[in-house]
Ligand binder design. Structure first.
Ligand SMILES: NC(=O)c1ccc[n+]([C@@H]2O[C@H](COP(=O)([O-])OP(=O)(O)OC[C@H]3O[C@@H](n4cnc5c(N)ncnc54)[C@H](O)[C@@H]3O)[C@@H](O)[C@H]2O)c1
Length: 445
């Protein structure tokens, strides 16, 4: 099929590359000229596992190309994915859907033959109805269908999840739209591993918001239990393990820590909380507000833990922060709890040095006032305390790190706010390990 992907950021770039990998001829439209130029070279402007390889492969063959021109998309494709941003409004009361409305309003009059617009951005329930009116006003005589196909990919696994999604949800109202969806996802559906959920647009919109709200709830739930464990001397990792064995609960999203962040969960939760309140769903609004409150408190809990681990105020301490991106596998620092914690420590400590394997350039652009190290050795040098803030495998799975880090630091104190390291390996190398909601683990060597 000939498809376009409008908006080639963290969602659109992997989606465009995946569509090419599935065999479609793809034109990616990215308004930001600098981003577009980078994409034209077959690379992404950010780190996402396996993305550069897939972009490079398909840009080289010409099956995937990038442009800033919507005209090219309108002429070169019959199905148009809309993957532009939906940031939170500055007053925090719902999404700013200006990019979505703008993209659809600009594209519709350019369509000269029947086409399908497939929205992937996360929107508030009711947005599809509004976009239908816009298409009706602008699309002239061409038969233009609108489908809402929310995206469930996990950043850090965006390529894998785009190629092998666990579900495809399509909110639509016509047999022609269903045919287009089945055709564009045919190679995925043929594998028989992905459930296709065909529904109405409002259900598709709510399903996406409900999914993110549920994930956020699970994370905040176990973090709330970490608070309880801290006050009782219990071990939250054992509590989480015991809880997750119950198939009605499950282990996913049950790792206690510093809370959720990134470009999606915090804003999607805030927008959904606002919308359900507006709709008068008081129970849902109350529940989701509590989820947000627990999450906001995690940063202070993490900072307090660092102070406790140090044995008092940090004003004379040198702190090494390992990790700046909001999670492992991506250089995304939007709403990153790791970088926020680094900011609190930067204000409190004598010196704070931040190292991340992929996100130092992005973090530096956002917070040029912080101190960064491009390599881990420099970050650890003479540290009084090491804070593991993002769970990159090279921090958590490198079995030589406890010993090599020990040789660099002034004091062997590790604060793992992601509950991600193998504490036995660290304590065996002489480290004291502090984690949220767990008793302190003392050196065994
Ligand atoms: N990031 C994720 O992992 C993820 C996952 C699921 C859903 N989503 C949703 O997908 C949407 C996009 O998120 P993102 O993280 O990719 O945002 P992003 O800011 O990284 O990317 C959006 C891109 O769209 C471009 N853009 C805006 N208007 C345009 C236009 N008219 N034509 C062409 N390009 C245009 C922007 O320049 C930007 O590069 C959001 O609604 C988000 O909630 C994101």
């Amino acid at each position: 099929m000939r498809v376009s992907v409008i908006g080639c950021g963290h969602l659109g770039a992997p989606h465009a590359a995946a569509m090419a990998e599935l065999g479609h001829e793809v034109v990616g439209v990215e308004l930001d000229l600098d981003l577009c130029k980078i994409l034209q070279t077959g690379r992404a402007a950010f780190y996402e596992k396996d993305l550069d390889e897939l972009l490079g492969k398909h840009v080289a063959t010409g099956r995937l190309r990038f442009t800033t021109s919507l005209h090219e998309a309108a002429e070169g494709a019959d199905l148009h994915f809309v993957a532009v941003g939906t940031p939170l409004r500055t007053d925090g009361r719902g999404y700013d859907v200006g990019q979505v409305v703008g993209a659809v309003r600009s594209l519709a009059p350019l369509l000269r033959r029947p086409a399908t617009i497939v929205g992937k951005s996360t929107v508030t329930v009711g947005t599809v109805a509004r976009l239908r009116e816009i298409i009706g006003e602008h699309a002239g005589s061409a038969g233009v269908d609108l489908v809402w196909n929310p995206e469930f990919l996990r950043e850090g696994h965006a390529v894998e999840d785009s190629l092998r999604p666990d579900r495809i949800v399509a909110g639509l109202t016509s047999p022609a739209a269903e045919k287009a969806v089945r055709e564009v996802y045919a190679p995925v559906l043929a594998r028989g591993e992905t459930e296709l959920i065909l529904t109405d647009p409002a259900t598709a919109e709510v399903l996406k918001s409900a999914a993110n709200a549920f994930l956020a709830t699970k994370i905040s739930y176990i973090n709330a239990m970490a608070e309880v464990c801290e006050l009782t001397g219990a071990d939250v990792t054992t509590v989480a393990h015991g809880l997750g064995i119950d198939p009605r609960i499950g282990h996913g999203g049950m790792r206690p820590g510093i809370g959720f962040g990134g470009g999606c969960l915090p804003k999607d939760l805030a927008a959904f909380t606002h919308r359900v309140g507006e709709l008068g769903a008081a129970g849902a609004a109350g529940l989701l507000t509590a989820v947000e409150t627990v999450n906001h408190a995690r940063l202070d809990a993490a900072r307090d833990l660092v102070e406790r681990a140090h044995g008092g105020p940090l004003d004379t301490a040198t702190v090494a922060v390992l990790g700046a991106s909001f999670k492992a596998g991506t250089s995304d620092v939007r709403n990153s709890p790791a970088l926020r914690l680094a900011g609190l420590l930067h204000s409190a400590a004598a010196r704070t040095v931040i190292h991340d394997p992929e996100s130092v350039p992005a973090a530096r652009r956002l917070h040029p006032e912080y101190t960064y190290a491009d390599d881990i050795g420099t970050a650890l040098q003479d540290a009084d305390i090491v804070v593991l803030a993002t769970e990159w495998p090279r921090f958590t799975e490198d079995t030589s790190l406890p010993a090599t880090a020990a040789a660099k630091v002034r004091r062997q104190v590790l604060v793992d706010v992601r509950t991600a390291v193998d504490t036995t390996a660290w304590t065996a190398s002489g480290w004291t390990v502090h984690q949220l909601g767990r008793p302190v683990q003392h050196p065994t060597a």
